[in-house]
Design a protein around this ligand. Structure first.
Ligand code: 16G
Length: 172
């Protein structure tokens, strides 16, 4: 098994996807979470943005769609003692025609529950998904963040792009 080499960020104490720290497990979101801990998934996402009200049927439909596509790596850190998801993040693989039909990675919806900050969980998620995008042969990986989070992402090799992020919102 190859060693976890995040390339840029350093961990102190050392943690990795296989050993995420005492009482924490990093894993994909799975269907069993619907009945178990998905409530906490939305609770934490609510610390990033508006989640809206999501019924179990809506959750299942989106989950199945993402799973079937094979391009969504919805990842969570679970506090196994509490049985709560405390940090979700998603890597999405976009398929292109350019660059010889290349793939582009996007990191989305990464957030660590405020009660669990300072445990390197955000670092672990971002390192893991960034490394995964490389293993999946993405030619680049991008993310959007607030100005105050630029410094954090730079530690993982991300740079501020010359291109501007433009957005037209349909919902607030
Ligand atoms: C941040 C997130 C983005 C998320 C958005 C939600 C990261 C790196 N960036 O930009 O993924 O979708 O916030 O905000 O996690 P919104 O609801 O205003 O779109």
């Amino acid at each position: 098994m190859s060693k976890f080499s995040p390339e840029t960020a350093t961990f102190s104490p050392a943690i990795s996807p296989k050993n995420s720290g005492e009482g924490f497990v990093l894993r994909p979101l799975c269907i069993a979470d619907l009945n178990k801990v998905v409530f906490f998934f939305f609770l934490v996402l609510g610390q990033l943005t508006e989640t809206g009200v999501v019924s179990p049927e809506q959750f299942m439909k989106s989950f199945e769609h993402m799973k079937k596509s094979g391009d969504y790596y919805v990842t969570v850190v679970e506090d196994v003692t509490l049985g709560q998801m405390v940090a979700p993040a998603t890597l999405i693989i976009e398929h292109k025609f350019i660059h010889s039909c290349a793939r582009r990675g996007r990191v989305e919806d990464i957030v660590v529950s405020d009660a669990h900050r300072g445990k390197q969980l955000g670092k672990l998620l971002l390192s893991t998904l960034t490394l995964l995008s490389k293993k999946l042969n993405c030619y680049k990986i991008t993310l959007e963040c607030l100005p105050e989070n630029i410094g954090f992402h730079q530690k993982f090799g991300y740079t501020v792009s010359e291109e501007n992020y433009m957005c037209r919102r349909y919902l607030k």
